[in-house]
Ligand binder design. Structure first.
Ligand code: DON
Length: 306
C-alpha cells in the first residue's frame, strides 16, 4: 500500500493541470494549488500516507457526511421529511429545484440540503453549542482533540455567502425551518470551515468502512444498515452533478469539498482521504479524483468489482 500511494503522490506532483482553487470563498483562493496528500486508513488500525498528509485544509462539504450522521442519530427518519435521497444533477449551490419541490432539497449533500440538516441538528440550541457537538463528534471519530474550526474561513464564507443565504431564506419561506435562519447559516458556515488533514479525515471516515463501528474505540457509531445507506448517498450524491462521473471513474462512495478534499469509502476495506486544492469545473478536486481513480484500479476496491 505504501508503495502504491507513494507512486500516486509522485505522479500527482508531476501532473501539470492541477485544476483551479475555489475563489468564491476568498480565504480558499489563497491556498497553493501545488499540494497533494493521501491517507489510507484500514479497519485494522494501519495508516498509510503520502504527500503533505499533516497539512490542514478546509474540509468544506466533506463535513456534511458528519452532520448527516449526527442528524440521523438524533432524529432518525424525521431527517427524510426535510431532505430527499435523490441525486440533483445540478450544481452544489443550485436553487432551481427548490421551488418545484416545496423547499425540500433533493439530498443532504447539496448546500440547501446541508443547511436543512444544520437546522435539524440545532433543535433550538445556539450555533456555538451545536458546533461544539459537531466538533466533539469529529474529534472522537478521529481520536484527535486538536481539530478546530478555521475562523478566518468561516468569516470569509459568511461575508460572501449571498447564495447560501438566499437558499436558506427561500427554504424558510415554506415554513420548514425550526431555528432562526441566520443562526442556521452560522452553524453551516462554521462546520464547513473545520480544518483537518488527510490522516484525521481518513480516521474519521473509518466507521463507514467498518459496518458503522469506529475501530479506534470499538464504538458503534451507527448501525451497519445506516452505514450502508450513508455510503449509498455518498455514491449517488457526494459529488453533486459530478457523482455519475465519479462512480464511473472511481466506483467508491465519496464526498468532496471545495477545499479540495475528498473522503472515499471502500466498504469493508478502507477509508481514504485525499486532498489537492485545485478543482475541476464542477467543483470537485481534480487530482484528488484522479488519485482515487488510480488507487481504486490498483487495489480492485471499486464497489462494482475488480
Ligand atoms: O456552502 C458552500 O458553498 C461551501 N461551504 C461548501 C461547498 C462545497 O464544498 C461544495 N463541494 N464541492
Amino acid at each position: 500500500m505504501q508503495s502504491i500511494i507513494d507512486e500516486i503522490a509522485e505522479q500527482m506532483l508531476l501532473t501539470e493541470d492541477k485544476g483551479k482553487v475555489a475563489t468564491y470563498i476568498p480565504q480558499l483562493a489563497r491556498v497553493d494549488s501545488n499540494q497533494f496528500a493521501i491517507t489510507v486508513a484500514l479497519p485494522s488500525g494501519e495508516i498509510f500516507s503520502a504527500g503533505c498528509a499533516n497539512t490542514l485544509f478546509s474540509i468544506q462539504s466533506v463535513s456534511k457526511v458528519f452532520t448527516l450522521t449526527l442528524a440521523l442519530g438524533k432524529l432518525g427518519d424525521y431527517v427524510w421529511t426535510r431532505v430527499g435521497r435523490e441525486p440533483s444533477g445540478d450544481p452544489f449551490n443550485s436553487i432551481v429545484q427548490l421551488e418545484h419541490e416545496h423547499g425540500r432539497p433533493r439530498n443532504p449533500f447539496i448546500n440547501a440540503g446541508a443547511i436543512a440538516i444544520a437546522d435539524t441538528i440545532m433543535q433550538g440550541h445556539e450555533p456555538k453549542e451545536t458546533l461544539a457537538e459537531i466538533i466533539q463528534f469529529i474529534r472522537f471519530l478521529s481520536d484527535d482533540d486538536s481539530i478546530t474550526i478555521d475562523e478566518k474561513v468561516a468569516r470569509s464564507e459568511q461575508k460572501t455567502g449571498a447564495r447560501n443565504t438566499s437558499l436558506a431564506y427561500f427554504m424558510a419561506s415554506f415554513g420548514h425551518f425550526e431555528n432562526p435562519v441566520e443562526k442556521v447559516l452560522g452553524t453551516y458556515f462554521h462546520h464547513c470551515s473545520i480544518a483537518m488533514n488527510t490522516v484525521q479525515l481518513a480516521k474519521a471516515g473509518l466507521f463507514l468502512a467498518n459496518n458503522g463501528i469506529n475501530p479506534n474505540s470499538g464504538t458503534a457509531i451507527v448501525s451497519p444498515k445506516r452505514a450502508k445507506r450513508i455510503n449509498a448517498l455518498m455514491l449517488t450524491c457526494g459529488h453533486y452533478d459530478g457523482s455519475g462521473e465519479f462512480a464511473f471513474r472511481v466506483g467508491l462512495p465519496g464526498k468532496s469539498g471545495v477545499g479540495g478534499g475528498i473522503l472515499a469509502i471502500a466498504p469493508g476495506k478502507a477509508s481514504i482521504a485525499v486532498w489537492s486544492p485545485g478543482l475541476d469545473p464542477i467543483g470537485n478536486s481534480k487530482l484528488g479524483t484522479l488519485a482515487l481513480e488510480i488507487l481504486a484500479a490498483k487495489t480492485g476496491w471499486s464497489v462494482f468489482g475488480e
